[in-house]
Design a protein around this ligand. Structure first.
Ligand SMILES: *Cc1c(COP(=O)(O)O)cnc(C)c1O
Length: 379
């Protein structure tokens, strides 16, 4: 590969897109190519297989269906495609991302149950079972693995066991865990998972994918078609028979993702997960030192996202604080815990504990310059 200049490195502590390697950035610089060429089709085919293998899926049983779009396109696709005529989807809703699935069902005028659960706790499996049992018309059970809005990790393996006990299709939004927390399709009792290339894989935006049970995708052919662009069977069938995406793929993001997957295999699942956790620990170390309070008990967290409570300090203004950090190469992100005043720090991307130590040097300086009390004050 040609040598290119180093790109300015920003440490993104937002929940995706994530900080990427320069090798992934530069993998996008390729000769122009029409994505209908065989050469490109082979890249897509290999990529689809890798995307299944990352979640330990058997290629005889599971398939990856790729879409051009942000991660929400997967929610749109699974919710609109997998529910048979006259049946319902049950959404186990404990945050903004699972809530989005209920919204999709609403927009498609589908029959759905939005089971609203406390957003500051993991899903209670007994409550999930009660809801699954209560209505024989439920065909699909849906939840989010890691509610990126709060940082809560849900017990998907246990929920999946219950969903399968009652013979339901189990769909999980794994957008903010895929290629970070190890996932195993069979052991975790999953039928469908989903993600987007710019999160755990640390690639670019615009490529999203559902990994799912092939027989279930084929059976979904008979379901009402509620969407055109995001219909799961149609996209699957096209990829299978024509070896290419139905409509224009995000060509450069595909090249970046090919490189990102190569780097994923080189690092390895366990080592990568350990690095993310070490970043989370470094974040907590810095927060604890400055007296910041967080809202979710640590044992319930994904170890990928921390929701931090604003200090009760008249000089703390999120936007000013954000802008100060942003100007120095660090991006923090607003919170999403209903109306609680929080911001988020995330451990996605190619960042290390050393980056977090640098970050807290800047945070301390920000607090000094903006006259925010250290340690933080809370009423
Ligand atoms: C990021 C994310 C999505 C997708 O969001 P987009 O803005 O559409 O990329 C979906 N679910 C979860 C849990 C996420 O973290």
């Amino acid at each position: 590969m040609a040598t290119y200049p180093k790109v300015k490195r920003n440490v993104l502590l937002n929940p995706g897109p994530a900080t990427t390697t320069d090798t992934v950035k530069y993998a996008q610089v390729v000769p122009d190519i029409c994505p209908r060429e065989k050469e490109f089709g082979q890249i897509m085919k290999d990529m689809g297989e890798d995307l299944v293998k990352i979640v330990h899926g058997d290629l005889d049983k599971y398939t990856a269906v790729l879409f051009t779009g942000s991660g929400t396109i997967n929610i749109d696709s699974t919710v609109s495609s997998l529910v048979p005529e006259g049946k319902k989807i049950l959404v186990l809703d404990n945050g903004a991302y699972s809530g989005r699935a209920a919204e999709v069902a609403q927009y498609y005028h589908m029959d759905y149950i939005d089971l609203k659960l406390p957003i500051t706790e993991p899903i209670d499996v007994a409550k999930a079972e009660e809801a699954i049992k209560s209505d024989p018309d439920i065909a699909v059970v849906y939840c989010c693995h890691h509610e990126t809005g709060t940082g809560i990790l849900n017990p998907i393996r246990e929920i999946g066991a219950v969903a399968h006990k009652y013979d339901k299709i189990f769909v999980v939004d794994t957008t903010s865990t895929y290629a970070m927390i190890p996932i195993d399709m069979d052991k975790d009792n999953l039928d469908f998972v989903m993600a987007s290339a710019q999160k755990g894989l640390m690639s670019m935006t615009g490529l999203s994918y559902v990994v799912g049970n092939t027989a279930m995708i084929e059976a979904s052919k008979n379901n009402p078609t509620r969407s055109y662009y995001t219909n799961l069977f149609m996209q699957y069938d096209f990829i299978k028979n024509k070896g290419e995406m139905h409509f224009t793929p995000p060509v450069q993001t595909v090249y970046a993702t090919k490189q990102a997957i190569k780097e994923y295999w080189e690092v390895g699942e366990q080592a990568k997960w350990e690095r993310h956790q070490s970043v989370w620990e470094a974040l907590y170390k810095g927060l604890d030192k400055l007296g910041f309070k967080t809202i979710i008990p640590r044992e319930w967290q994904s170890k990928l996202v921390i929701s931090v409570l604003y200090p009760d300090d008249p000089n703390f203004d999120f936007q000013t604080f954000h802008d100060y950090l942003y100007a120095r190469g660090f991006t923090i992100y607003p919170g999403k815990v209903s109306d609680m005043p929080t911001f988020r720090l995330c451990a996605l991307g190619t960042i290390t504990p050393a980056d977090i130590e640098d970050f807290f040097v800047v945070v301390e300086q920000a607090m000094k310059d903006l006259k925010i009390q250290v340690p933080c004050v809370y009423k």
